[in-house]
Design a protein around this ligand. Structure first.
Ligand code: THU
Length: 162
């Protein structure tokens, strides 16, 4: 027997950053500052990510590229790995991500790559509490997702290993 299932999820779309709560605006502004410090001489695509922890601290990161291209790392993973290394086991409440290119205007929200979704999902699965994800380009609208799991349907996690 075959059963058909639909997977869908809700997002919020804000026309601009100023419509977010002041806390979320602040989180995104930290990501923007981090984005401006990105090391991306090969792609000219600068990404910043900021991670709000349960203790209220914000940890940020940006993409770090390398002459050997695959050795570079995305902003999101730089940020969550640093958060995990500084505060092992501390819950993550939200992550804000912003991208800008030196070659064109990124005027719509940039979504995290598949590897970053998988990396963030490890933290969300471990803490058993959703991580809010805020996405923005350089200008334009902002997307709010309720959890990382929404962005990675049928995801792989440690439960499969037990
Ligand atoms: N990049 C990120 O930092 N995050 C993403 O989710 C997508 C891509 C970086 C990797 C690389 O330095 C540049 O953007 C172009 O792919």
């Amino acid at each position: 027997m075959v059963s058909q299932k639909k997977i869908s999820f809700d997002i919020k779309v804000y026309d601009s950053l100023s419509e977010l709560s002041s806390g979320d605006q602040n989180l995104m502004s930290v990501a923007v500052k981090a984005r401006k410090r990105a090391y991306a001489p090969y792609s000219s695509f600068n990404v910043g990510a900021s991670v709000l922890l349960e203790n209220g601290e914000i940890i940020e990161g940006n993409n770090q590229e390398n002459a050997s291209y695959p050795s570079g790392l995305c902003a999101e993973r730089v940020a969550v790995f640093y958060a995990g290394s500084k505060y092992p086991g501390m819950k993550i409440k939200a992550i804000a991500i912003t991208a800008a290119s030196l070659n064109h205007e990124v005027n719509e929200p940039a979504a995290p790559c598949g590897n970053c979704r998988q990396a963030i999902s490890e933290y969300e699965f471990r803490q058993q509490e959703p991580i809010k994800i805020l996405l923005m380009g350089e200008t334009g609208s902002v997307i709010e997702c309720n959890s990382l799991a929404d962005l990675l349907p049928l995801g792989f996690n440690s439960s499969f290993l037990n």
